[in-house]
Design a binder for this molecule. Structure first.
Ligand code: 4AD
Ligand code: MG
Length: 430
């Protein structure tokens, strides 16, 4: 039976014989002893290999191979304060399964080199920690929705129209016609609510983003939800609960990984409901008072969001944006149709928008009017328009950028570290 490294890093195992399998993380020879640091998916442990114990053949073989060779070994556990994780293995047997020579990733490689070699860099302790946090975040999103009456559904990826405006659409040839990669599952989610009422999906979305910022990918993971009978505030409450539950789960399950990444955990621990709520107009005033060059009616760019959100230590909901800077589907505020009943959730600490959502137009005439104002042909959206013809209901939804959430929670400098295979304007490999 094999143990995981993290299991044997414990006083309960002192003096016990264990078998481990994994990869050589570090290796150093001192005369007739080789120190191997073994890593598996769970952690690392130092292993002491003595020539007299394993024989000179094996010793020679081990001496020759490089880091990242895969090995199986057995030996007894002892406490060793000088070892990197506080324990070490006194090795009795060792087998090299897949040798590795000259692993390309060595110390002090450039960021681009590491990105070109992501397929190998995934093995790093940094990526291992980030991938585990990501795993926990995805699991927590599914659990939240499934425990609160949302059904999971799937929309298509090939679509025929824009959701978030035409400028970031990826066009793909489609048997002599044109198709696009979806920017958001929202419109399809709206179709499902007439059957299931509350629905969600976690799927890739695509944006032909020409901007090179630390928060834009061309392909990202989008957790989206839509609920019948919901108004803007109802949806914001669900989002708050979702984010709080994700943070709690990450703190429970991934504290070690956050510490490894030097995340300031206190900030996450202090995040509580309710989040800050501000109307767009108030946010602009706040920004102006902070000396940020912005006027009412301007969209918030990445720089403005950073400058504003560094001033906060919990998420901020920004509501009531001017209709002119939001897509056509947002429901105008009946009290002031110049603004829409929408919200963005901005992550604090300079991270900025992680959620975009709001209430949808549910009256047919209003929708047609807004489409015409935006120069859209309702015929291209016939199925979306149909929803307003046959038993329409008030409804609201949102989209959460999961990579952005991981980026913030893990405290990373750039979103490309939050996703295993980032796709950006310059990168489609590996
Ligand atoms: O604000 P967005 O564009 O809203 C929508 O797509 C809505 N249709 C969602 C809905 O209501 N169902 O995108 C939603 C979120 C953003 O807040 C952001 O977190 C993320 O998706 N996002 C990106 N993440 C990474 N790279 C990009 N280029 C992103 N564009 C949006
Ligand atoms: Mg948005």
């Amino acid at each position: 039976m094999f143990h995981k490294v993290e299991e044997v890093l414990s006083d309960d195992f002192i003096g016990k014989e264990v078998s481990l399998r994994g990869w050589i993380y570090r290796k150093r020879r001192m005369g007739k002893i080789i120190f191997v640091v073994l890593r598996d998916s769970s952690d690392i442990i130092q292993c002491v290999v003595e020539k007299k114990k394993i024989g000179s053949e094996k010793f020679k073989e081990l001496d020759k191979v490089g880091v990242e060779s895969s090995i199986i070994l057995s030996g007894s556990v002892r406490k060793e304060a000088r070892a990197p994780t506080g324990y070490e293995i006194d090795v009795n047997t060792i087998d090299i399964i897949g040798p590795s020579y000259m692993f390309p990733i060595t110390k002090d490689k450039s960021d681009d080199f590491l990105l070109d070699n992501r397929h190998l860099w995934l093995r790093s302790r940094e990526m291992n920690a980030i991938l585990k946090i990501r795993h926990t975040v995805f699991g927590a999103i599914h659990d939240y929705f499934r425990e609160t009456g949302y059904y999971e559904v799937q929309g298509p990826i090939f679509v025929t129209g824009a959701v978030e405006g035409g400028s970031t659409l990826f066009e793909v040839p489609y048997f002599g016609r044109k198709a696009y990669l979806t920017q958001s599952a929202q419109f399809y989610l709206e179709t499902f609510i007439f059957s299931l009422e509350k629905v969600y999906t976690i799927a890739p979305s695509f944006r032909a983003e020409k901007s090179r910022t630390r928060r834009h990918l061309t392909e990202y993971w989008h957790a989206e939800a839509e609920a019948a009978w919901y108004h803007n505030d109802d949806m914001m409450k669900d989002e708050e609960e979702l984010i709080v539950q994700i943070i709690q789960r990450v703190l429970d399950e991934r504290r070690r990984e956050l510490e490894f990444l030097n995340r300031d955990i206190k900030i996450l621990e202090n995040i509580e409901k309710p989040f800050i709520r501000m109307k767009y107009g108030e946010l602009i005033e706040f920004a102006q008072n902070e000396g940020i060059d912005i006027e009412y009616g301007d969209d918030l760019g990445a720089d403005e969001e950073t400058a504003i959100t560094v001033k906060f230590d919990k998420p901020i909901f920004v509501t009531h944006y001017p209709a002119s800077i939001k897509p056509f589907y947002h429901r105008p505020d009946p009290e002031n149709p110049e603004v829409v009943l929408c919200h963005d959730m901005l992550a604090p600490e300079g991270y900025g928008e992680i959620i975009g959502g709001g209430e949808r137009i549910y009256k047919l005439d209003v929708l047609i009017q807004r489409m015409e104002e935006e120069g859209l042909n309702p015929e291209n959206y016939y199925w979306y328009v149909d929803l307003r013809k046959y038993g329409s209901v008030p409804h609201a939804g949102f989209g959460l950028g999961v990579d952005r959430l991981v980026w913030w929670l893990a405290g990373l400098s750039h979103i490309k570290y939050a996703i295993p295979y980032p796709r950006t304007i310059r990168r489609t490999k590996p």
